[in-house]
Structures are given as structure tokens and as C-alpha cells.
Ligand binder design. Structure first.
Ligand code: ADP
Ligand code: MG
Length: 500
């Protein structure tokens, strides 16, 4: 019997804003002292009033535009009521009926909605990793840090259309890339800035009689703190559920956790019955009519948005850049900017551009890694100009510099900021700077183009111009064409005599 998996993701991301979602307390995810970024609003003191954070709304709308989604015209915030120690108000401000963003897609995965809400406080269990630094009392107690309470959070929900753990992982990684590219979130999974919940079900493949493919009972997996964990958990669930169905049993709808040590899911929350959150519009906040706010017009966002990662990837691949290198540039903006600078210097010569890309993705990256002492997330600008880099590539392309020497020149140019040509002269790396010797070049070109030489000797004058062109190319234009023509003529004349 054939079973197919179905996955839908719910992804939360903490937004990068100066202040919290509904008050002016700082939004600082790096704050280590507990309960310093707090105020009466995010501590839910009586009588306070929330104010909507414009920057957070803008972030979510920009995400919507990037996803090709519909932006809401009318939107409001609702109270989602439940009781938990990390929720001081007794409700979370969220969006229910009127999300800011609906529809759209990323990597072919249909998005249901993206809405804006506020984060809860963090519960810290003293026996846990951070317990000691909070000076919290005994094991078994829980302390609350309100720094995170009220931080703007976006929630993105996908349709149940993902069909493998790999596709789920790829989607989540691409979303992370997009959020970082837009600068709306750091979206670091390990830090909890991006949290992925995976809904997984398994069902029989569509029957051939045309009856509709019905989705199976789903489970929801929480506390997945890396992409790998998410992929493994989804894979585990697909196998577990398939076995259940093969035994003719039923999958129980429940919320599961992921046990990293056991590499298995486990029931996290026994069925409480679907919670009744008693959603209703928050009476303290105004509803928004986005079409009346000029800075939130879809057109304004579209105009401001540059090339998105998906489009950039496609463009790089069209240029013939290796997929791994394209991915590298997309994830390392510093390298992407440098690559584009080199591209501008090189112009339309695609052969040279690919050589350049190889040197960037391999040799240059090695040098940068050593300088920055890290493998990813390069910060500083590339310490060689695109023009100097292009000069090295030119010499590699016309073979006046060996690839071995090119590496040394690159390193030296970065260390000294000197012109690559000067370095070559100083270090005597011009093993083929004999290439600057016109006579030698002429001999090589004649040797490589013997039939053209023969054409010239048999009277075809145009053949001479071709050979001049070839020599010029090898000499990178560094010769007087008149002199070059004379040398060629002389060389071929002699050759002619010898032959007779
Ligand atoms: P709920 O009402 O339980 O919250 P929703 O319909 O709101 O369920 O969907 C929540 C998430 O679960 C979405 O990401 C959706 O794509 C996914 N989902 C819904 N049904 C299924 C299913 N049968 N299998 C896998 N994922 C599903
Ligand atoms: Mg739901």
C-alpha cells in the first residue's frame, strides 16, 4: 500500500525592531540581564494602553510583498485569551480574522497567511542551562524573564502542501534567508528567533477512480530548534504514522515534542480538547485601514524592494555560476556585493566571470575565513578592490599568470593593497611575464595558428590582422599595433624564406 506524507508548517519569527510591539521598551534579544527591558505596558499593569509598532507592521507587509501575497486593506488586533505564567495580561495580542498578509508562495509552497502578534515572556527553569545566571532559587521552580514579553512576532502558516522532510527543510531555510535579506529578523533557530512547528500526516495516495485525495490525521511537532532537528522529526513521524496505518490502526491527533537524545518524537500535551481562545478585537487598539496609510501602499513597497534571494539565485545560475557558489553569494551578502562589483568590472565576458567566481568562492573565501576567523557570516568588506581582482583574473584568463601564482598574488594584494601588476614584478611571479616579451608572444601565436600563418604567406592580407589581434589579446593590449605588425611580418617573412 502506498502512503504519502503531507506537511504544513507554522513558523514564528521575532522581528527586529527598536522597541516592543505595543510599548517603548527596548527589543534587545542580546540582553542578558533579566527583566530590564520592561515597562508597565509589557508587564500588564492595570490601566495601561498599547500602541501599535509601525516598524513591525512594515516588516510583515514587506514579507508579504516578497511572497507575492495579498496585503490586507482592513486589519485589526485580537485578544487570544488563555492563562499561562509567561502571559501577564492573560491574553496575547494577535490577529485572527484579519491577518496582515494572505496567500503568496515561496519555493512553490503556498502560504496561507502571515500575521503579527506579540511574544510571551521566557520561562526559565533553574536546573536548565541559564538557571544559575538568573540567580534563581531551587531546582524545580520556574522564574520568568519579561524582556521577551511583547516583542513583535510574525507567524507564517503554510498550506498543507509540502511532501517531504527535505522540502520542509528547504522551505524553512529559504524563509530564513528571505527574512535576513529583508532585515526583518535575525531568524536564528538556535536562539529561538525563528521557531518552526511542523504538522505531519500520512494518507493513501489518490485513488485511481478519481475520488478526492483526503488528508490524514495530523500531529503537530513543537520545540524543534534546528533545521536538522525539524527534518529528522518530520522523517520520524512519516515512518511512525505509516507503520500505524499499515497495521490498520489510527493516528491520534496530538502535539508532540522532539527528543534530540533519543531522536524520536514524544507526546507533549495530552489532548485538552481544542482550546477556546475566545478571540475578540482588542478594544484598546485602533483597527487599521492600510490603504489610507501612504507609506504602507503596496506599490511603495514594491518600488523599494531590490532583488530577492530567489531571483538572485536564478540570475546567478543563468550566468553559469556553479549552484554551490550561487548559494554561497546568496548567503553571504559581503561576497555577493564583491561578486557583483567584479561582474561590473568584467562586463559581458562570461568566461572570465566564471574564472572570477571560482577564485572568489575558493581562494578568496579561504583568505577571508582566515582573516575573520569564522566560517560564515562574513562582516567586513573584501580587502581588495574589484578592479585589482579583475586584473588578476585577466592575467589568469590570458594565461600570463599561472593559477598557482594567481593565488599568491591575490594574497599579497590583500595584505599590501598593492597593484597586482607591481606584485608580479616585485616577486618575479611573472613566470610568463615573458608574456610581456612581444617576440615570445609572436612566436607562440604563430605556432598556435600555423594555418593562418600559411594563409598570410599565400597572400591573404587579412590573416595578418587576425594574428595581430591574437597577440594583442595575449599582451592584454599592452603593445603598439604598428610595432606588432612589423614584428609579425618580419617573423613570417623569415619563416617563408626558410620554407622555400
Ligand atoms: P488547526 O486548526 O489544527 O490549527 P489548521 O488548519 O489551522 O489546523 O492548520 C495548521 C497547520 O497544519 C497549517 O500549517 C496546515 O498547513 C497544517 N495542516 C492542516 N491539516 C493538515 C494535514 N492533514 N496534514 C498535514 N498538515 C496539515
Ligand atoms: Mg490553526
Amino acid at each position: 500500500m502506498e502512503y504519502v506524507p503531507t506537511i504544513g508548517l507554522e513558523i514564528h519569527a521575532e522581528l527586529k525592531t527598536k522597541t516592543k510591539m505595543f510599548c517603548s521598551s527596548k527589543n534587545d534579544p542580546d540582553e542578558t540581564r533579566p527583566n530590564v527591558n520592561v515597562c508597565p505596558v509589557c508587564m500588564a499593569h492595570p490601566g495601561v494602553l498599547p500602541v501599535i509598532n509601525r516598524e513591525a507592521v512594515r516588516h510583515v507587509l514587506r514579507v508579504g510583498v516578497a511572497l507575492g501575497a495579498r496585503l490586507a486593506d482592513y486589519t485589526e488586533f485580537d485578544r487570544k485569551n488563555y492563562f499561562y505564567p509567561d502571559l501577564p495580561k492573560g491574553y496575547q495580542l494577535s490577529q485572527y480574522e484579519y491577518p496582515l498578509v494572505s496567500g503568496g508562495e515561496l519555493q512553490g509552497v503556498a502560504i496561507t497567511r502571515v500575521h503579527l502578534e506579540e511574544d510571551t515572556a521566557s520561562s526559565i527553569h533553574p536546573e536548565g542551562k541559564h538557571g544559575a545566571s538568573y540567580g534563581a532559587g531551587e531546582e524545580g521552580t520556574t522564574v520568568i524573564d519579561f524582556n521577551r514579553a511583547g516583542i513583535p512576532l510574525m507567524e507564517l502558516v503554510t498550506e498543507p502542501v509540502i511532501t517531504s522532510s527535505k522540502q520542509a527543510g528547504d522551505f524553512a531555510r529559504e524563509l530564513q534567508l528571505l527574512l535576513r535579506h529583508l532585515g526583518v529578523s535575525e531568524a536564528n533557530m538556535e536562539k529561538g528567533e525563528m521557531r518552526v512547528e511542523a504538522n505531519v500526516s500520512v494518507s493513501k495516495t489518490q485513488s485511481t477512480d478519481g475520488t478526492e485525495h483526503k488528508l490524514g490525521t495530523k500531529v503537530e511537532i513543537k520545540n524543534l530548534n534546528s533545521f536538522r532537528a525539524m527534518e529528522r522529526a518530520v522523517e520520524y513521524e512519516i515512518n511512525r504514522q505509516t507503520k500505524i496505518l499499515e497495521r490498520g490502526e489510527k493516528v491520534v491527533q496530538e502535539t508532540l515534542g522532539w527528543d534530540e537524545a533519543k531522536q524520536a518524537t514524544f507526546p507533549q500535551r495530552t489532548k485538552e480538547g481544542s482550546a477556546d481562545y475566545r478571540y475578540f478585537p482588542d478594544p484598546d487598539l485602533p483597527s487599521l485601514k492600510l490603504s489610507e496609510i501612504a507609506e504602507f501602499s503596496e506599490e511603495a513597497f514594491r518600488k523599494a524592494e531590490g532583488e530577492l534571494p530567489e531571483a538572485r539565485r536564478a540570475r546567478y545560475l543563468t550566468l553559469g555560476i556553479k549552484p554551490d557558489d550561487a548559494e554561497l553569494y546568496i548567503h553571504e551578502p559581503v561576497l555577493a556585493r564583491f561578486f557583483e562589483g567584479v561582474e561590473a568590472e568584467i562586463g559581458g565576458d562570461s568566461e572570465r566571470l566564471l574564472i572570477a567566481s571560482n577564485y572568489i568562492a575558493n581562494d578568496l573565501v579561504k583568505i577571508i575565513r582566515d582573516i575573520e576567523k569564522r566560517d560564515t557570516g562574513y562582516q567586513s568588506e573584501i580587502p581588495i578592490s574589484a578592479l585589482y581582482f579583475k586584473r588578476i583574473i585577466d592575467m589568469v584568463a590570458d594565461r600570463s599568470l599561472s593559477s598557482r601564482a594567481a593565488k599568491d598574488v591575490l594574497l599579497e594584494a590583500i595584505k599590501t593593497a598593492k597593484d597586482p601588476q607591481d606584485i608580479i614584478n616585485e616577486l618575479g611571479l611573472a613566470q610568463k611575464s615573458a608574456a610581456t616579451d612581444i617576440e615570445a608572444i609572436v612566436a607562440t601565436v604563430m605556432n598556435a595558428n600555423q594555418s593562418v600563418v600559411a594563409d598570410y604567406k599565400s597572400g591573404k592580407a587579412a590573416a595578418l590582422e587576425y594574428l595581430v589581434g591574437q597577440c594583442m589579446k595575449q599582451l592584454r593590449g599592452a603593445a603598439d599595433p604598428v610595432v606588432l605588425r612589423e614584428i609579425l611580418k618580419r617573423s613570417m617573412g623569415q619563416g617563408g624564406k626558410d620554407a622555400k
